[in-house]
Write a protein of this length. Structure first.
Length: 308
């Protein structure tokens, strides 16, 4: 879900063309085994609590645990927040006349990348190979948009792809529309208006969140999935202390109980990574100038939800 906006996003700014692992112990995605008593464990004796639909974290593919990033020059990256590792996967070669604008990742670790030609492409997070989907562009006025998968219920293996955007010229103008996409039929439905042009992320606990770089203040907000109303807001304006912040590229993802913001201001050389913990107004700078202009971040609903 927000994501760089991206070329279309700032009429006033010339986008810069910027240059361009290890696993944590106690991995919450370690495949589960059945104990003698019939309950599931993580292989080390620690019980795994089944989700409401009977599934567990072990039903997720291993690749679905991480955050995936795409930049304006088609680079696909894997970001592992617990170790800080940033790994290049490959370069997208989609059958597109445009460049990446936003991205979402499903529970199978398949990435869906919206390009600024208004089309969605299916991308492998293993080798960055890319194919077209049958998504018809510009449905219900959604030309460009942020996007993110959200679990339908807390712990559920079922998920929905949410989007927020509208006409291309309106991106970054302070207003957009929240909607959803049925990835079976690739049809779009509208939910309601939101103030700002957010990138979206979802959680395995069925929460929808957005990063609003053009809000007043710049904020992270939880959105009601049925009405688009703001439920909770966290002020993150310290990310860009400019008198008039001018976002040039942004992306957003939830992982391990925290929110990760990928942000590049108009005068930044490349994207920086920032972290926000729910219940805190403190914004941590994880890394500055990573060498990429990140325009999309995708994380599946398999990502850990407990604070790590």
């Amino acid at each position: 879900m927000p994501t760089a906006r991206r070329t279309a996003l700032l009429v006033a700014i010339t986008a810069l063309a910027l240059p361009g692992c290890s696993e944590r112990s106690g991995d919450p995605f370690r495949p589960g085994t059945l104990s003698d008593g019939g309950s599931q464990s993580d292989g080390g004796g620690t019980p795994i609590t089944p989700r409401p639909d009977g599934s567990t974290a072990s039903s997720c593919v291993a690749q679905a645990r991480w955050i995936y990033l795409v930049d304006s020059a088609n680079a696909l990256l894997r970001y592992e927040p617990d170790s800080g590792s940033l790994t290049s996967i490959g370069t997208l070669a989609c059958p597109s006349s445009g460049t990446p604008f936003s991205m979402a990742v499903d529970r199978n670790a398949t990435a869906y990348v919206l390009h600024n030609d208004h089309r969605i492409y299916r991308v492998s997070t293993t080798d960055a190979s890319c194919t077209a989907t049958t998504f018809a562009p510009d449905q219900m006025g959604f030309e460009l948009f942020g996007m993110g998968f959200v679990a339908d219920a807390s712990g559920s293996a079922n998920e929905t792809l949410f989007i927020s955007g509208g006409p291309e010229e309106g991106i970054g103008s302070g207003r957009s529309v929240l909607g959803r996409i049925d990835v079976g039929s690739w049809t779009v439905s509208r939910i309601g208006n939101v103030d700002g042009s957010p990138e979206l992320t979802g959680t395995g606990t069925a929460e929808l969140w957005g990063f609003f770089p053009d809000g007043d203040p710049m904020a992270v907000r939880q959105l009601d999935k049925t009405t688009a109303a703001t439920i909770t807001e966290i002020d993150v304006s310290s990310i860009d202390p400019s008198i008039i912040p001018t976002p040039a590229a942004w992306a957003f993802a939830f992982w391990g109980g925290r929110y990760y913001i990928f942000y590049q201001g108009a005068f930044d050389d490349s994207t920086g990574i920032y972290r926000v913990t729910p219940g805190s107004t403190n914004v941590e700078t994880v890394r500055t100038d990573i060498g990429y202009r990140i325009v999309g971040a995708g994380v599946s609903t398999c990502a850990p939800t407990d604070l790590i």
